[in-house]
Design a protein around this ligand. Structure first.
Ligand code: MN
Ligand code: MN
Length: 453
């Protein structure tokens, strides 16, 4: 197939550069599922979409799942063009009772979310993003550590001088323990009173609690009804002398969320009704009521059926589902030349070679994976070649080397055709994931051609 940059026309390169810059801004601003929903909702309203409207509408569930759609030239009964991505990403969640003080240092305890390599998260700048809902139900949004004038956070690592036995001699997965991923969060004690009372009482923690009360109106016990995440602080950036790449946190899978969203906004009246979904909880196996395993998708389709004045019966539902063509928009691994031994060079995805169709994921023996039918892959190859989309059909890693899962199997269970598709990343699931901007662009082009046809 060849490198994308060997095939681009001048105006395509301009479009690619523009998209890349917009995407860098998006990645820099949006770091959680709630922030994704807020961003997309705002942009939808700006583009004339209305909540619950049949023609150009959207639906939000629990502030973490968003669906948006446009009706097509053909009626709903002919099936949908569906793209589903996920807007959650690996991170460190604050525990329910996170604050503790030891030797005049205050820390926040964490419980990691999704598949992380723990050593990635120490000795780097972190910011806090999320919400706290007070006992009276009022919600306070917190984003701290992104702006230069704000303080940020970090998890301290052990110095090399003292870590020989504790870390260097251990297995990588055991060198840094989850229970040690405690965020440094304060170090100035509250003043003692005149009689010297309070000498032995966690005065640093008390002062932090006072600051939290003043700044956010929250008390220590309010953390138990909070969702605060530590994520890598700072902006996404171009990478390399030639700015070939974009580096940033949360590209799995916000790159697919962003490109599918842009594709939806950039199409004229599509042939079929189109539906673009942004799901939550993919990184922990799609559990919970905002995930792909919940029946919220099903309920949404019944709503659309009713809005289209069809009768909301299972046979209407399944007629639409079995005629639906879907893309599970998610990233895959690009071949990393430094770790060539885990890849099958003939079958794995090459960075810069365009969007990747992954027919199946899963573990050795295709375990627990959806595999797209030959006919459906042929349909997509035909479409992409007609539309000038540069793509590759690839797998992820050598057989038995490992594997992964996506949401496609949950949607396949409704009877629709679905396949995983997205750009190849380097450093996937790290705090600084890398994508080639050619692959970003071809992912957008693939989604756009899929939605409009
Ligand atoms: Mn993913
Ligand atoms: Mn992932």
């Amino acid at each position: 197939m060849g490198h994308v940059f060997d095939k681009l026309k001048k105006e395509e390169i301009e479009e690619l550069e523009k998209l890349s810059q917009d995407y860098v801004n998006f990645l820099s601003e949006v770091k959680t599922e709630r922030e994704s929903v807020e961003f997309f909702k705002g942009a939808l309203i700006g583009a004339g979409f209305k909540e619950g409207d049949l023609e150009k509408g959207f639906f939000v569930y629990r502030n973490k799942f968003l669906a948006c759609w446009r009706m097509g030239q053909k009626p709903l009964q002919k099936g949908l063009k569906l793209i589903v991505s996920h807007i959650d990403a690996p991170r460190l969640d604050l525990k329910l009772h996170p604050l503790f003080e030891k030797i005049e240092l205050v820390f926040l305890k964490t419980h990691y979310y999704g598949g992380i390599k723990k050593y990635h998260w120490v000795a780097m700048p972190l910011s806090l993003h999320g919400v706290v809902v007070r006992k009276d139900g009022s919600l306070v949004k917190i984003v701290l550590g992104e702006r230069e004038e704000e303080p940020l956070f970090t998890i301290c690592d052990l110095l090399p001088h003292l870590s020989r036995k504790k870390q260097e001699d251990k297995k990588l997965s055991e060198a840094i323990l989850a229970e040690n991923l405690n965020i440094l969060a304060g170090g100035i004690p509250l003043e003692k009173d005149k009689k010297g009372k309070g000498e032995k009482e966690e005065r640093v923690k008390k002062r932090i609690l006072k600051l939290l009360e003043e700044k956010y109106g929250i008390k220590e016990e309010d953390f138990s009804s909070g969702e605060l995440f530590a994520v890598p602080a700072g902006r996404a950036r171009f990478v390399g002398f030639d700015s070939a790449f974009i580096g940033g946190y949360g590209q799995d899978d916000r790159i697919c969320a962003y490109t599918s969203f842009r594709a939806l906004l950039d199409i004229e009246k599509p042939k079929f009704p189109v539906l673009v979904l942004f799901m939550d909880r993919e990184e922990i196996g799609s559990e919970g009521n905002t995930s792909a395993k919940s029946r919220i998708f099903e309920s949404l389709i019944y709503e659309l059926i009713k809005k289209a004045t069809l009768s909301p019966t299972p046979d209407n539902f399944f007629e639409i589902m079995t005629k639906t063509k879907a893309l599970s928009a998610d990233v895959t691994a690009g071949i990393d030349p430094n770790y060539i031994e885990v890849h099958d060079e003939l079958n794995d995805a090459k960075v810069g070679y365009g969007v990747v169709i992954s027919r199946y994921t899963g573990h050795g023996g295709k375990y627990l994976a959806n595999e797209a039918h030959a006919e459906y892959v042929s349909y997509l190859r035909n479409l992409f070649e007609r539309e000038g989309v540069i793509y590759q059909v690839a797998s992820m890693g050598k057989v038995d080397e490992g594997g992964g899962g996506t949401v496609s199997k949950y949607f396949a269970s409704y009877g629709m055709d679905i396949v995983d598709i997205g750009p190849p990343l380097l450093s996937m699931h790290s705090p600084f994931e890398i994508v080639h901007k050619a692959d970003l662009y071809m992912t957008y082009r693939a989604f756009k051609s899929f939605l409009k046809e």
